[in-house]
Design a protein around this ligand. Structure first.
Ligand code: TPP
Ligand code: SF4
Ligand code: MG
Length: 299
């Protein structure tokens, strides 16, 4: 399907955001993933979050490893920088890019195989070092690209499509990220956009090592009864702990009393609090001229 190009024309009713881009400007190429793949919903949530946060696409760098999940940066933010690295090696390339240019917003996109198996060492060190990034694992419990073997995040006792039982303990990437010192850690579900978009916005606004594990069903190899990553199973067990939203930092307000020329007698009669005037100061954010985030990142 990659030969199908999206039309360049935008519908005139599409709303531009504060930096002049419509939601279409944050899209990428036509997806080649299976219809219904959870990963495509994560791409849609990223597009929505970046549009709502008025992020300039050219100020974003997307890095990924290998896998269906790692292909997804092609399907969002088509005008951003991007680098598809080697299987499990995204974190070190992201760290290097971050050292070379600290002005960009770094999106690291990975899979559960990419991060919890071959790349687990790289995952550990990028979290431990507190690299400023938004690291998203599109977690389907299998190696989707290589036809559905259990990944290291598959739950013990869950069943493969052919009925084999997984006897190994699961790696919990959220617990690992917390233990290693990531300063923003969340778990979401690709089928719950209302929850996922604010989670992504929070990670982008965080400005430090932010990690989101997104449960993302693989419709081709892990969407059957007995799987703990199927749409049915996750919908049944998706207990959102709270309904969250993200409120970005607004320009700082300075209140000064208005100088009013009133006679002394009139001033004595009016005991109402002084009115205030507001002066606005520029605001540091990924969409302006300053780097994304403020002070939480150590690198
Ligand atoms: C060094 C290396 N080893 C193995 C592979 C084969 N391989 C490609 S993708 C993949 C697993 C991908 O699984 P995951 O990261 O969970 O992504 P998904 O396809 O499930 O989204 C493997 C083992 C490879 N490309 N390179
Ligand atoms: S094989 Fe699975 S992970 Fe890969 S595109 Fe298809 S549904 Fe998505
Ligand atoms: Mg996977």
């Amino acid at each position: 399907m990659t030969y199908i190009t999206k039309p360049r024309l935008h519908h005139p009713s599409l709303q531009p955001n504060k930096v002049g881009y419509t939601r279409r400007d944050y899209e990428g190429r036509v997806s080649t993933l299976c219809a219904g793949c959870g990963h495509d919903s994560i791409s849609a949530a990223l597009i929505q979050a970046c549009w709502e946060m008025d992020i300039q696409p050219h100020r974003v760098a997307k890095l990924s490893g290998i896998g269906c999940s790692s292909k997804t940066p092609d399907y969002f933010l088509g005008a951003s920088h991007g680098f598809n690295t080697v299987h499990g090696r995204m974190p070190s390339v992201l760290t290097g890019a971050n050292l070379a240019n600290r002005e960009l917003l770094y999106l690291g996109i990975s899979g559960d195989g990419d991060s919890a198996s071959i790349g687990i060492g790289q995952f550990a060190h990028v979290m431990r070092r507190g690299v400023r990034m938004v690291y998203i694992v599109e977690n389907n419990g299998v190696y989707g690209l290589t036809k559905g073997q259990f990944s290291a995040t598959a739950d013990r006792g869950s069943k493969s499509k052919k009925g084999a039982i997984n006897n190994d303990s699961a790696v919990d990437l959220v617990a690992l990220a917390l233990q290693l010192g990531a300063t923003y850690v969340a778990r979401g579900f690709s089928g719950d956009k209302a929850q996922l978009v604010p989670l992504i916005k929070g990670a982008i606004g965080h400005g430090g090592a932010a990690f989101i594990d997104v449960i993302s069903p693989c419709v081709a190899f892990n969407n059957h009864p007995g799987s703990t990553r199927s749409y049915d199973h996750v919908r049944e067990h998706n207990d959102a702990l709270n309904r969250i939203d993200f409120i970005d930092l607004a320009p700082e307000l300075h209140a000064e009393p208005l100088r009013q020329h009133r006679p002394a007698a009139a001033r004595r009669r009016h005991h109402a609090p002084a009115q205030t005037a507001c002066r606005l100061r520029p605001h540091a954010s990924p969409r302006g001229d300053e780097p994304p985030g403020r002070d939480a990142g150590r690198r």
